[in-house]
Design a protein around this ligand. Sequence first.
Ligand code: THU
Length: 140
Amino acid sequence: MTSIDWSSLEAAALAARGRAYAPYSRYHVGAALLDDAGRVHAGCNVENASYGLTICAERGAVMKMVSEGGRRVVAVVVVTGGDEAGSPCGACRQVLAELAGDAPVRMLAVDPAGQETQRVDSSVDALLPRAFRGSLVTGA
Ligand code: THU
């Protein structure tokens, strides 16, 4: 069982948030995942002039994890700005449900100095109850 170093996940998500490409919404999001090999994978939102092509921070991090050989998400941190912690969108919840099972999800809001303003601890299962899963398709 991989132990969860929350402070390094938080630092990775915060650093990734600083690299967000969000010229349209100006809502900067960073995410960091711990995988089952103990590695950390971070992502930020990457927007596009064709707005629907935007990729959220969480899904960016999942794509990075899988392409680097990670197969399971053990823990997730999402960092946004302002007073209220952001929450993964529906698409990201579905993607996390596939590879994260019931992993814990920490949502943090930070002020411009990077100081925490709100923390919400949840889990993938709590965020997406009765998720649609591949086992329903494959029967496995
Ligand atoms: N966004 C994320 O990166 N993650 C979420 O879970 C919610 C939304 C991004 C997408 C877009 O770039 C901006 O936040 C505003 O929707």
